[in-house]
Ligand binder design. Structure first.
Ligand code: SF4
Length: 323
């Protein structure tokens, strides 16, 4: 059963408004994105910086509103639940933010950071909230918990702060966890520990996770399925096991070939992408990838490829008229 359903979602950001505040141009951050995530699944979203991954994450957790389309969690429209019952919404979806430094108020202790959502949205009293914070720290292996509860963020390493962020995201027992580049700020040695922690948390709680990353090894090892985004659009959805050997879309193949594989996965011949990433303000006509694609034809320049679906797999490319 789908826990998260994203259907034809658009988010445009206005740029350069005129003197009357009217915008003539827009950044097409998320442009008609659709996918669904099954209950208990870890679903990855990958793509280069600026492809719209983080905007997508922010739309799903309700930090910003979508312009068009539908995002449903457990069958309920995010924009509606957020408007009608913000406390219930906070208990439905939580986010692990990217930056384990900026996410904290340096003047507040870890106890304050962890108990705040429990007091505000969890309906707990102070004593219960502290006891729950204690359990959460133990769950993310920050022990002894009493020691960490009274620490300030600067007294913790970046890896420990990331664990606290995961603990806080879990504090309200959400149905969906959105992890936005959860290891991108960490040293390689700590990355593995945080990936293992996410694996453990997922296994223990059977929580549904949407994992945003530009690191193919992270999504390959954690996710069951992966969506590949390019310039605001999903161009391919595939089984994670197929990422390195059976991807179909030329952009996915280029991403895979440029990735330095450290896990014994053969990557074949390196594909070098031509040119720069086009501007999301004036995206190319037809297939957005056509200025950089070695297979591009006239059709690609004129006509946007329709996504083809088969057995949970999707590809949007004129090279494929059936899967
Ligand atoms: Fe390349 Fe054309 Fe496929 Fe786009 S539709 S990825 S330009 S072959």
């Amino acid at each position: 059963m789908s826990l998260l359903k994203v259907e034809d979602v658009f988010k445009l950001f206005p740029v350069r408004p005129d003197i009357f505040g009217r915008a003539k141009k827009f950044v097409h951050a998320v442009d008609g994105v659709s996918f669904s995530v099954e209950e208990g699944e870890i679903f990855g979203v990958i793509g280069e910086s600026g492809c719209g991954k983080t905007t997508l994450a922010r739309l799903i957790v309700g930090l910003i509103d979508y312009d068009r389309g539908s995002i449903k969690i457990k069958g309920e429209e995010v924009s509606e639940v957020k408007r009608l019952d913000v406390e219930r919404f906070r208990r439905t979806v939580q986010m692990v933010p990217q930056d384990p430094v900026m996410a904290f108020n340096p003047r507040k202790t870890i106890k304050h950071f962890l108990t705040r959502p429990l007091l505000l949205h969890g309906g707990l009293g102070r004593e219960e909230a502290v006891s729950r914070a204690h359990q959460l720290l133990e769950e993310v292996s920050l022990t002894p918990a009493d020691f960490f509860l009274d620490r300030y963020p600067h007294e913790l390493s970046v890896g420990q702060r990331q664990r606290v962020l995961i603990a806080r995201a879990l504090s309200l027992n959400p149905d969906l966890l959105v992890a936005d580049e959860p290891v991108s700020y960490l040293d390689v040695s700590v990355r593995g520990q945080i990936i293992n922690l996410l694996k453990e948390v997922h296994k223990k709680r059977r929580i549904t996770v949407l994992l945003i990353s530009h690191d193919l090894s992270v999504v390959y090892h954690l996710c069951s399925r992966i969506a590949v985004m390019y310039l605001g659009k999903v161009v391919e959805i595939l089984d994670a096991r197929d990422l390195f050997s059976k991807s179909l879309h030329p952009y996915t193949q280029a991403l895979v070939s440029s990735f330095s594989v450290g896990f014994g996965i053969s990557r074949g011949e390196r594909i070098v992408l031509k040119g720069e990433v086009p501007s999301p303000i004036e995206p190319p006509s037809g297939c957005r990838f056509h200025p950089r694609c070695s297979f591009a034809t006239d059709v690609c320049r004129k006509l946007e490829p329709k996504p083809l679906f088969s057995d949970g797999r999707l590809v949007a490319c004129h090279l494929y008229d059936r899967l």
